[in-house]
Design a protein around this ligand. Structure first.
Ligand code: 7RM
Length: 653
């Protein structure tokens, strides 16, 4: 077999858009043709969704690939586009953010309020000596000040680097030093799982080794005791006392907007650099197109953390550029109870929900009676991001959350791509459960084989992008060579994303997980995603993670870690019987080659804070290696559970 990646899973269900959504859709089928006829003219049209103080002279400069310049010569202020223009248009009284704290406190923030707060922060940061081009690190919980801090930087042309509130002092200081940040914006702490967790104390520790930092601005969120040093300034005593008037200055379209570090597994984190005009154009356009946002009536909620690119593009920049009203939630979905999400949807009449497969599978595990207790009829569009969504999780999302008639948009993109690249359009696409379907208008994606040749329909291989796009990363901060090597050298003239994918018989794209995770079983390249999806298609399974473990006869063998649904009996013989049933179920669904050697029933899986399964750790467990660094784990006790479970499980044949 010489195929690059096997295509085992067949899916025949399709769900055309509801007539009402199709009839009023922001974007219709015509957009694909328009973009195909003249891609650059198409993106120019989208850039005009923003207000520019100086028009561009050239749409794209691609004379020195892979270093792109979009909207060359154009000038705009990103924060002005997200705030001032909505206020100027008479929408200052409109709610920008319905914020919900984990303990149940709430804040309602209008566009007027947000503009005032951002102006205060911009004024105070200016007073601290922050000027365009400086870097500011942001280490905050999911509170409105996180958006305020980001927008204040954007307003001044300072480059923000948001670091996940869950990262350790070491990760924080590495990121601060890599970007030589001058100011850190943090909070005393934040609420997670019902407890105030400290942030300032971690900053204090990080600051032992960050010579570039001159000031630390501290938002008071929890009121917990904090140590206080010379560099420390309370946000409420400084920013909140500053003038609410601030005149935004325009910056070049290619002015750096933010750096966001990808939390690479072992290597040094990569500071992904995004710039202004192209980034905001694609963030705003995709938010408008993929979620069909009607700013007058929709209530939008993206459950991501602001420390993840999804929070940047689809909590801050995209929605605010489009004048959306959105919900922002501080905490976890199970605090104080497992119905927290559905309470919020019901209370605010959320109409567009954007979340991650990990959350959907967790909700599946908890059971359908929990959402059934709430009125979810306001929901009209559901989105998914972060990992491949298994067809059965997609179906559950649509049926149980989306009252069996909402479009589900599975959106593929990366920190590096800045905005959504491959996704159904809710008013156009007849979506298939588990497929990201089609590159968006203006995006040129393909699936290629080892040689970089386009695979035919029905074939699997590597997902690539063949043409530059406006919100593409411009480089890795401080390391152009690594940028070229990491993304542009595997296939000539193409961006390689690191993901495996296939085209189905209709040419629709299915993401198959990271190519590093692909399993080589008796000469077949099998994706983790397809085996996981086969497991999740069994009615007893909520979630599964699959890895290839070294095997003396097959090279690698498939080992699956499986979380049963809430009501499933797994005690004693019942558990053993289920394991056999699941192994046979996979063999029946995908063929005998994909039959797992071993299945373990577990309660949890190790995940990053953005919800991605850490297969590397599971591979270590499956091969009985030590666990290595688990500091980015959502819950490190999970690994103990899994390691214990390992002893009990047995592998036959
Ligand atoms: C937005 C985000 C990027 C990686 C990417 C994929 C995976 C994301 C999907 C997906 C299948 C999806 N940025 N990924 N979305 N895989 N279907 N809809 O997640 O930089 O944190 O991660 O996430 O492997 O390369 S990210």
């Amino acid at each position: 077999m010489s195929e690059t990646l096997a295509n085992l899973l067949k899916e025949t269900r399709t769900f055309p858009p509801p007539a009402a959504i199709a009839a009023a859709a922001n974007v219709t089928d015509a957009a694909y043709q328009e973009a195909a006829d003249d891609r650059l003219a198409f993106w120019e049209t989208q850039a005009r969704r923003l207000e520019w103080t100086k028009p561009w002279d050239q749409v794209l400069d691609w004379s020195n690939p892979p270093f792109a310049k979009w909207f060359v010569g154009g000038e705009l202020n990103v924060a002005w586009n997200c705030l001032d223009r909505h206020v100027a248009a008479g929408n200052g009284g409109k709610v920008a953010i319905h914020w919900e704290g984990e303990p149940g406190d709430t804040r309602t923030i209008t566009y007027d309020d947000l503009l005032k707060s951002v102006s205060q922060a911009a004024n105070y940061l200016t007073g601290l000596g922050v000027v365009a081009g400086d870097r500011v690190a942001i280490y905050l919980p999911m509170i409105p000040e996180a958006a305020v801090a980001m927008l204040a930087c954007a307003r001044l042309g300072a480059t923000h680097s948001v670091v996940f509130g869950g990262f350790s002092a070491d990760s924080l200081s590495n990121r601060i030093n890599d970007a030589t940040a001058k100011v850190v914006i943090t909070a005393d702490g934040g609420y997670r799982r019902g407890k105030p967790s400290g942030l300032k104390s971690i900053v204090d520790e990080a600051l032992q080794s960050t010579p570039s930092v001159e000031h630390v601005l501290v938002v008071r969120r929890t009121g917990q005791d904090v140590a206080w040093g010379e560099k420390d300034l309370w946000w409420h005593e400084t920013v909140e006392q500053a003038s609410t008037e601030h005149e935004a200055q325009a910056f070049d379209a290619e002015h750096p907007l933010f750096i966001l570090y990808t939390s690479g597994t072992t290597a040094k984190p990569k500071g992904i650099l995004h710039t202004s005009g192209g980034y905001l154009t694609q963030a705003a356009y995709t938010h408008h197109a993929v979620f069909d946002l009607k700013p007058e009536t929709d209530v939008y909620w993206c459950t991501a953390d602001i420390g993840w690119v999804t929070g940047h593009s689809y909590i801050v920049y995209g929605p605010l550029a489009n004048g959306a009203t959105q919900v922002m939630y501080e905490g976890t979905p199970d605090t104080p109870s497992k119905s927290r999400f559905w309470e919020i949807v019901d209370r605010y009449k959320v109409s567009i929900l954007y979340t991650a497969p990990t959350l959907i599978r967790t909700m599946m595990k908890w059971g359908a009676d929990i959402p059934a207790g709430f009125d979810l009829s306001s929901l009209r569009i559901l989105g998914s991001v972060g990992e491949p969504i298994n067809p059965e999780a997609w179906m559950w999302y649509r049926e149980t959350i989306g009252h069996n008639n909402t479009p589900v948009v599975d959106t593929w993109w990366q920190t590096e791509t800045g905005a959504i690249m491959i996704s159904p359009l809710p008013g156009v696409t007849a979506a298939k459960p588990g497929s990201a379907m089609t590159p968006l208008p203006g995006i040129v994606a393909d699936v290629v084989d080892d040689q970089g040749k386009s695979v035919p329909d029905g074939g699997g291989g590597y997902l690539v992008l063949r043409e530059p796009w406006p919100s593409m990363l411009r480089t890795i901060w401080g390391d152009d060579n690594r940028f070229v090597e990491t993304y542009w050298s595997r296939f000539d003239g193409m961006y390689f994303a690191g993901d495996g994918a296939k085209k189905d018989d209709d040419g629709h794209i299915w993401l198959l997980g990271r190519v590093d995770d692909v399993m080589l079983v008796s000469g077949h390249n099998i994706s983790t995603t397809e085996v996981e999806s086969a497991l999740v298609s069994h009615p007893s399974v909520a979630e599964a993670a699959v890895v290839g473990a070294t095997d003396p006869t097959t090279g690698q063998a498939i080992v699956a870690f499986t979380i049963p649904r809430g009501n499933v009996d797994t005690a004693g013989d019942a558990g053993e019987a289920l394991i056999q049933e699941l192994r046979n179920h996979v063999a029946k669904t995908l063929g005998p080659i994909a039959k797992p050697r071993q299945i373990m029933l577990v309660a949890e899986l190790p995940k990053t804070r953005s919800g991605k399964i850490m297969r590397r750790l599971l591979r270590d467990v499956a091969e009985h290696r030590s666990l290595g660094d688990v500091t980015t784990l959502q819950d490190s006790t999970v690994m103990d559970l899994i390691a214990n479970g390992m002893k009990d499980s047995k592998s036959d044949d």
